[in-house]
Design a protein around this ligand. Structure first.
Ligand code: BEZ
Length: 389
């Protein structure tokens, strides 16, 4: 029970003021995110971003007070059904928001499909969730694993003129799909992936694989790691001396939210992502200022995705005039949303995944500085999704 927190301004008011049934106009939001383990910081950033947007709206979305319920999912797919049901069956949330890890999100999506609860994914990129497993009530405010990785494949071949590459990643949906996306982009532009190296999540014993890379001598390495694992990989790669001869690339998760800990090991690295620090748009400037003021730290892509999950829900609730029980109308509003995101405006594809720019970024100091748009308005192909727009 101690991994379950229940917090709500509205509840506090109800308890203090005895408003009882009169205060029923609330929307119950279940946040299922990692609070422990290698992805803990990512989960916190998503929660911060979500709550920041709600707070900017005076604690209400679509005129309704937001009541939060939270569960630590531990980035453990085996515990996903039980953890999700704590929110859906026990707490009876109206909206499920989570999570970081693709494997856990697959478990959440099954319960969302079976129960019909509105489900917003603020990170997990599993291609299937907005592919063959897409559903009317499932939305993403983030990306598919394919999107940034495909962009990096194009950049590595076309701009960086590499001919051969080795991929290295954790062996679960996110890593495997990122490696597949990179290969697709890289090989479409004439490159060749000569070896795919993997290790189980969340293992960080990279040494033997780095030795193998050294003997394979590719032109480039593409890596998928995130959170604590990304910090360790980038530092180990640098310490091995490989960086001097074989450039390291990745989707931006390799350097997002991690730069302070990676220090000089990440300096000059190129990555691709749907966000970059210091994008020159007013929404991003305001968002970064508020985030910094409230949390005394700079936001990252995970914070943006949490913020946009709340914006997406707001679009749905506004469309339904605040009536969360009118699910069809909430869904229609979310489908039609044009989200004014810090990453730049985005719309929803027919599979409910953002259609968005993929930026090429370079690590300069503690920032992932944008070098411009690598692929504009990239839409995931959503193979196998039967939804129509
Ligand atoms: C995933 O599991 O989908 C994921 C985790 C961290 C960063 C990006 C993707």
């Amino acid at each position: 029970m101690n991994n379950v927190r229940k917090a709500t301004i509205a509840t506090a008011i109800m308890l203090a003021g005895g408003l009882g049934q009169a205060a029923q106009a609330e929307v119950k939001v279940g946040l299922m995110l990692p609070a422990t383990g290698t992805y803990a910081a990512l989960g916190k950033a998503i929660e911060n971003g979500f709550k920041l947007y709600v707070e900017e709206q005076g604690g209400k979305l679509g005129g309704q007070q937001i009541q939060y319920f939270a569960v630590d999912d531990e980035s453990d797919p085996a515990k996903a059904p039980e953890n999700t049901n704590r929110l859906v069956q026990r707490d009876k949330v109206d909206v499920l928001v989570g999570t970081v890890h693709s494997g856990v999100a697959m478990g959440m999506a099954k319960i969302a499909r079976d129960s019909g609860v509105i489900y917003i994914i603020p990170n997990a990129g599993a291609d299937m969730l907005t592919g063959p497993l897409c559903a009317k009530n499932i939305f993403r405010s983030s990306f598919t694993n394919w999107q940034p990785a495909y962009g990096m494949g194009i950049v590595a071949a076309e701009k960086q003129k590499h001919k051969t590459a080795v991929t290295i990643n954790w062996k679960y949906a996110a890593g495997t799909e990122a490696a597949d996306g990179f290969r697709e982009g890289f090989e479409a532009k004439g490159g060749k992936v000569i070896k795919e190296l993997t290790l189980p999540f969340p293992n960080v014993e990279f040494q033997s694989l780095l030795t193998e890379i050294s003997s394979l001598k590719p032109d480039a390495v593409f890596a998928f790691f995130a959170g604590g694992g990304a910090v360790k990989f980038v530092k180990d790669y640098d310490a091995s001396g490989l960086r001097k001869t074989i450039p390291l690339y990745g989707p931006g998760f390799l350097t997002d939210g991690t730069l302070q800990a990676q220090g000089d090991a990440a300096k000059g690295m190129l990555t691709t992502l749907h966000y970059a620090d210091e994008l020159d748009n007013p929404k991003d400037k305001a968002f970064r200022k508020h985030y910094q003021e409230k949390f005394s730290m700079e936001p990252d892509v995970y914070a943006v995705q949490g913020y946009d999950a709340a914006q997406l829900l707001a679009a749905g609730l506004n469309h339904a005039k605040g009536d969360i029980k009118n699910k069809d109308s909430v869904i229609e509003g979310m489908e039609q949303a044009k989200v004014d995101s810090p990453r730049g405006p985005f719309t929803m594809s027919k599979a409910h995944n953002p259609v968005q720019n993929i930026y090429l970024r370079e690590v300069v100091g503690n920032h992932n500085k944008s070098l411009g748009v690598a692929v504009a308005n990239l839409e995931d192909p959503a193979k196998g999704c039967k939804l129509s727009k």
